[in-house]
Design a protein around this ligand. Sequence first.
Ligand code: AMP
Length: 426
Amino acid sequence: MSAAGKIKAPRGTYDVLGEQSSARAVLEARARAILEGAGYERIETPAFEATELFARGVGASTDIVQKEMYTFTDASGRSLTLRPEGTAPVCRAYVEHGMHKLRQPVRLWYMSSFFRHERAQAGRYRQFWQIGAEALGSEDPALDAESICLLAALLAEMGVASARLRLSSLGSPAARREYREQLQGHLRAHADTLSEDVRARIELNPLRAFDSEHPGTRQVMQTAPLLREFLDVRDAEHFAEVRARLDGAGVAYELDPTLVRGLDYYTRTVFEFTSQALGAQSGVGGGGRYDGLVEMLGGPPTAGIGWAAGVERILLAGAPAPAAPVPVDLFVAYEHAHEDDGSGHAPAGAFALLGEARAAGLIAQMELAGRSLKGQLSYANTLGARYVAILGDGGEVALKDMSGGGQDTLAADAVVHAVLRGLRTL
Ligand code: AMP
């Protein structure tokens, strides 16, 4: 057999390395501070769920369910799906754990990975991460406005350039039904001018016609009825209050009656943030109300509002987070005369000193690659180590203060104490 070939990560997936992982840690910490400060608690749901959850929750006619899910049958014959989004799983958990009995609204946030079999390109992956926030159990328009403000705050904090907020209301399911029929009538009347794709979906998902780039379809959509003309009084009032709260908070938005989100569960408020910094895949995050979703999943009638924002896109559109290196207090080095077994491996005393330093609460590292003493000192310097302990022949240790404070010779068991004392007098 020939030598084994290299195995690559699957298309549309990527490894999180070095700087990227510290940028993500910064994002996670900021999301936590903003969301937990507003009363949201972290939730983790499983990476896979019963396929039925998404078929019912996200909607059988959506692109996600029709084309993009990673669905498989497990050994016991159950159909399972890698989660393509986070709202349906959170609502499933709300029902499963009887969270309607808790004080409402129940507010939950997550930072998790999701899976969609989409065309992979810059900013669009098949495994991607989202930060999401869901608030269940209240239909107060102030909650819609607060939810939007929290995402606006996170994007601002991450330095997302020129984020634009589009806002609309989809109304109640009844208004949507009526509107849908009118829209279908309009599309059928102009079927010849529509793209094939849109024509094929008139019955299943006519709203998606607004998303089309096809010139004929765009022309037909210019005279299409708009949903806002169908909002009933209560929905219109709700939307007016959301807008008034946002105006009061000084959050700028544009009303976009054609805003259609690719998930079926939305009712009333919907919104989306885009950034020009992103090119074709300009969506940074979005969400809306889903007042019927919990009931659809077998729970009591429960209002809900939330959003999800793409981690990769926030990092792409945001100002690069400054790297925050971990300060090393002590680097344990050694002279090569210590190689008792001739292997070039570190002497036992170095490992013992490392353990002792860590037990005392110091941030410590040791030489692990058999570098020359000169190489060890230069490595300690790149790590920004404050002290370097060099183990010598006779069990004595030279403790070097890397901030220019000279060098002392000590017994090995006095090193940690000396470093602690040195750090205290900084
Ligand atoms: P959605 O759940 O489709 O509303 O998406 C919410 C946000 O998640 C989007 O605005 C994007 O920032 C991000 N997102 C969605 N799909 C992908 C993907 N395939 N790759 C990377 N980010 C994505």
